[in-house]
Design a protein around this ligand. Structure first.
Ligand code: ZN
Length: 248
């Protein structure tokens, strides 16, 4: 049983063959895929996908670089849409900060903080993007006393990773771990109880091919090697973690 906690299947790359893709995921034993919305339109498309396919669960968010483009009236619309659909979503994400491509990090912080508060109000876990802004993200998560947190494709240093583990938060591990010393090390230092799997499909291309949710099998393969356990056992543990964070 495989889990992808971070995908963007509403991306236009999948629009023509979404039915085939979902069938392929089922054949490959994928049990759940969390589709992460990036803005209001993408949140609406995410909801549609979750209604059409049992396999897909909805998470509504505001991508950090989208937060730089939004005005406060459109932000309020996005927020109301989340509140109206709180029964239909299992998380808030993708949200966070992006230092790499940021033009206005303060603006990103403002909306990220508002969404952290909203997640607490409606009692949802969060799926967090923290590229080149890991320390600031950690600070905001701590200030806002967040409980259920999944750090997506985390590329921060060991010190910050340890703090995330000490808070009993989660890392979702992408298929590129196969070739990434960084993710291999992250898995080494993280207890299995704090690991999940993700793809970020269709982003983070593998061999020039769009990423697909069932490629989490590569994450499981590598985690099993590092944790010296079999793949069945590891995928069961990751599934249990998934239930603990998103379902219970
Ligand atoms: Zn993403």
């Amino acid at each position: 049983m495989l889990i992808d906690v971070h995908a963007h299947l509403d991306n236009e790359l999948f629009s023509k063959n979404i039915n085939e893709l979902i069938e392929e995921c089922k054949k490959n034993n994928v049990k759940e895929i969390i589709n992460n919305g990036l803005n209001l339109e993408s949140n609406k498309n995410t909801l549609e996908l979750s209604k059409n396919f049992d396999l897909i669960k909805a998470s509504f968010g505001l991508y950090p670089l989208e937060a730089e483009k939004i005005n406060s009236s459109n932000f309020n619309k996005l927020k109301s849409h989340i509140i109206e659909n709180s029964e239909n979503i299992i998380a808030i994400g993708e949200i966070g900060l992006d230092g790499k491509y940021s033009k206005d990090l303060k603006l990103q912080e403002k909306y990220f903080t508002e969404l952290l508060k909203l997640a607490k109000e409606i009692n949802k876990p969060i799926i967090v993007h923290s590229r080149q802004a890991e320390l600031k993200v950690l600070e905001l998560l701590k200030i806002n006393k967040m409980e259920k947190v999944v750090m997506h494709s985390f590329t921060g240093n060991k010190k910050i990773a340890k703090e995330i583990i000490n808070n009993n938060w989660f890392f979702s591990i992408p298929p590129c771990i196969i070739n990434s010393k960084h993710f291999q090390f992250l898995v080494e230092i993280t207890p299995i109880e704090n690991l999940l799997t993700e793809t970020d499909s269709p982003y983070q291309y593998t061999n020039h091919e769009p990423n697909k949710p069932f490629f989490v099998k590569y994450s499981i393969e590598m985690i099993s090697k590092i944790k010296n356990s079999n793949e069945k056992n590891i995928s069961q543990k990751v599934f249990d973690n998934y239930k603990n964070v998103f379902i219970n």
